[in-house]
Design a binder for this molecule. Structure first.
Ligand code: MF3
Ligand code: CO
Length: 250
């Protein structure tokens, strides 16, 4: 499939979607407290997306049953919010939010501490967020998708962590998942060339232990095979002639 390039008009709509995603993530971040259930976080997000004139783009996606993904500790991505799952101090929790505004999508994720966490876990969060920063620096006309992938992998492995292989970033626009795929590993200088107007959801998923993952019986929740903690950060980024434009950053 061809990679769609977006016009400035389309990008302005995508920016509105991106800002609603960012605002929703911020609200959920501020709501997180020990004792809270993950479905309560889902409700916070759903109310804000509705108020902002958007639609959750995860709800109903291949049958996904909630507004956002909430993935705790060894859960990598696609954790389903549940009234039976309560956050505890010391947990880390990944919040993944996608919305559609006027036919265009935005997608972003953060991983945040619940109460006090150990310095080891804090380092995992910091390194994962910084690996996304290193990836975004590669978003320049003339670079290739592989330059983004290699930037993440190199940054993460340098710090002794591993990068998840089974889930990757993606193009985004009028659909949640468009071409190209954006892996978080692989050699630089390969893959499609970045062109003005391409929009990519870049989303490193980083495990403290081995990179292997498996999916739970709920058919959604991806967890680390070795039970080690995992972190996830994501932004929706446009390739412009002046460099990266992060649509999901206020
Ligand atoms: N943000 C994730 C992604 O880009 C989550 C989508 S899966 C869903 O793939 F089912 F929750 F929508
Ligand atoms: Co995504």
């Amino acid at each position: 499939m061809a990679i769609e390039l977006k016009s400035l008009e389309e990008l302005k709509t995508m920016r509105r979607a991106g800002l609603l995603v960012a605002q929703t993530l911020e609200l959920v971040r501020n709501a997180i407290k020990p004792g809270m259930t993950t479905s309560a976080l889902d409700a916070v997000a759903a109310a804000n997306i509705k108020r902002g004139g958007g639609i959750s783009n995860f709800y109903g996606y291949h049958g996904y049953p909630a507004t956002i993904c909430v993935s705790v500790n060894e859960e990598i991505v696609h954790g389903i919010p549940s009234a039976k799952k309560t956050l505890r101090a010391g947990d880390i929790v990944s919040i993944d939010v996608g919305v559609e505004v006027d036919g265009y999508f935005g997608d972003s994720a953060i991983t945040v501490p619940v109460g006090e966490i150990t310095p080891e876990l804090q380092k995992l969060l910091t390194v994962t967020e910084e690996s996304l920063g290193a990836a975004i620096e590669q978003v320049r006309v003339g670079n290739r998708v592989g330059d983004i992938s290699a930037a993440v992998e190199q940054y993460v492995t340098r710090h002794g962590y591993s990068v998840v292989r089974e889930f990757v970033g993606h193009g985004i626009g009028r659909k949640l998942h468009e071409d190209p795929k954006v892996p978080n590993y692989g050699p630089p200088g390969q893959g499609p060339k970045l062109k003005e107007g391409m929009v990519l959801a870049i989303e490193p998923m980083v495990n403290m232990g081995h990179h292997a993952s498996r999916v739970l019986k709920d058919q959604w929740t991806a967890v680390t095979e070795d039970g080690s903690h995992s972190a996830h950060f994501e932004h929706t980024v446009v390739v412009t002639k002046d460099g990266p434009w992060v649509l999901t950053r206020p």
